[in-house]
Design a protein around this ligand. Structure first.
Ligand code: ATP
Length: 261
């Protein structure tokens, strides 16, 4: 299912924090939403999840708005993984994951919940209270709950921020596999190497505006990263895949030209 934002603006605390933003995420595609702190990524993701009112523009799911779909259908259409989600109830891990099945009317741990728990390697901890997990385990639990929805649209806000390198790769592989299985995946990311390596397309925001969109190599030029983030990067390739390391804050970088492609 295509999720599409057309000319959306979002107001927070009186200010327009997203302005005239248009973007479509397609089934089978992993789309990375990137940009510096405060650029408006979470505001866009929340708008795509129909969590906040829009100041202008529309968001549609397969051509239908959230109102057209209604709450129940919307709950099956999209899964939303919030940024650094807190866990408020001391439920066992498996029951937390099973909450992802509520939109489907399943209240217990069914096959989809088992699949999701397995995918993030939390099955061994299934009876542990969610309140007794480490930060990274909790992040994977919340991802499992989102995966358990098995929705055609998955919106993930900084899904790897709390994770160690092994689990960062695990989660990025999992998100890409979820996309390949036909889901439209939108992930907010700060790690430019993970974004470049795992996303099919990137959307780069700065100050509430989409400043670039396209294939990772086309978006993450040295000049554009400098413009958006104020950093100079070192870049290279390993096994045919790019890596990009933020190296110096821009005001401290020596002058230099972008290498020829
Ligand atoms: N409740 C609020 N009231 C006023 N301003 C807000 C509110 N929530 C967010 N903002 C502002 O909106 C802007 C966009 O915030 P948003 O969380 O979307 O950015 P972000 O790109 O996700 O940032 P980060 O990378 O730091 O998570 C920021 O300037 C932020 O200060």
């Amino acid at each position: 299912m295509i999720v599409e934002a057309r000319g959306i603006s979002v107001r927070r605390g009186g200010a327009l924090v997203v302005q005239d933003f248009s973007l479509a995420a397609r089934p089978g595609e992993m789309l990375g939403l990137i940009g510096p702190n405060g650029a408006g990524k979470t505001s866009v993701l929340r708008a795509l999840a129909a969590l906040d009112p829009l100041a202008s523009g529309t968001v549609t799911y397969g051509g239908r708005t959230a109102d057209d779909l209604g709450r129940r259908a919307l709950g099956r259409t999209l899964a939303y993984l919030p940024q650094s989600g807190r866990i408020h109830w001391p439920l066992p891990v498996e029951e937390m994951v099973a909450l992802g099945r509520l939109p489907h009317g399943a209240a217990s741990v069914d096959a989809a919940a088992e699949r999701a728990m397995d995918a993030v390697e939390l099955t061994p901890l299934r009876r542990r209270s969610a309140g007794a997990l480490s930060g990274g385990e909790r992040a994977r639990l919340l991802l499992a709950r989102a995966l358990a929805v098995e929705a055609p649209v998955l919106l993930a806000d900084e899904p790897v921020a709390a994770l160690d390198p092994y689990h960062q790769l695990q989660v990025m592989e999992l998100l890409r596999a979820t996309a390949r299985a036909g889901t439209a995946v939108v992930a907010v990311l700060h790690d430019l190497t993970l974004a470049a390596r795992f996303c099919d397309r990137l959307a780069l925001m700065k100050e509430g505006i989409l400043i670039a969109e396209g294939a990772p190599a086309a978006v993450l030029t040295t000049d554009r990263v400098a413009e958006a983030y104020g950093v100079t990067v070192e870049r290279g390739e390993f096994g045919g895949e790019p890596f990009i390391l933020p190296w110096l804050r821009h005001d401290r970088a020596p002058d230099r030209k972008e290498p020829e492609a």
